[in-house]
Design a protein around this ligand. Sequence first.
Ligand code: MF3
Ligand code: CO
Length: 248
Amino acid sequence: MIIIKSSAELEIMRRAGRLVGRVLQAVANAAKPGATTAELDQMAEQMCRAEGALPAFKGYRGYPYSLCCSLNHEVVHGFPRKEPLREGDLLSVDFGVLLDGFYGDSALTVAVGEVSPEARALIDATRRSLEAGIAQCRAGNRLGDVSHAIQQVVEGAGFSVVRQFVGHGIGRGLHEEPQVPNWGEAGRGVKLKPGMVLAIEPMVNAGGYEVKVLKDGWTAVTVDGKLSAHFEHTVAVGEDGPRILSLT
Ligand code: MF3
Ligand code: CO
């Protein structure tokens, strides 16, 4: 069942989402050569708790940290580390909070210093694919319209859509119905209604779409070792279009 949120609930989700957006912006600004992802994790958790929120991922199915930090060929769910970031790294950061009973969830990929032209293009295509998916979040459209729009942008840029992970509904649960695949057919799937809230999160590989999870039980990496990027927003379906809840 897809849970419809009231306007009062959406206002709480906006506050949760804004906090996630602010934290990720601070994390992105701090992701310079020499910084460590362990420091970024601590910064994210402190900012979150200072606002009376809980880090949503810490302890979720045993995930040990607040922030997911996925470097280069890591796709999602990478662990923060004590090794310093290096010029040329591609860093995906994913963060969620629980505030006043509701979750917010967002992710972005940043270039650490100067990165390769391919890394730049991958970041750009992944961000544009998320924007294209969000633009389809209007009442009367179908979920497949969102999925298809993302896939078109990704494959049009010559990259591939990860199949093993998908976006999700979000609200009082971090993961609610429906699942939101980043590939699919336009005009298919459930009809979008005002008050539905989706965490849309394309994961895009520079090479093939295949990924595997490392022995730590969490870190997903590309099988071919090529780069991967990830962007995510928490988005409400509105009467007259999408409302991105995880903007700063
Ligand atoms: N954005 C991801 C998701 O919603 C982050 C989950 S990380 C986990 O699925 F640790 F919480 F699993
Ligand atoms: Co998510």
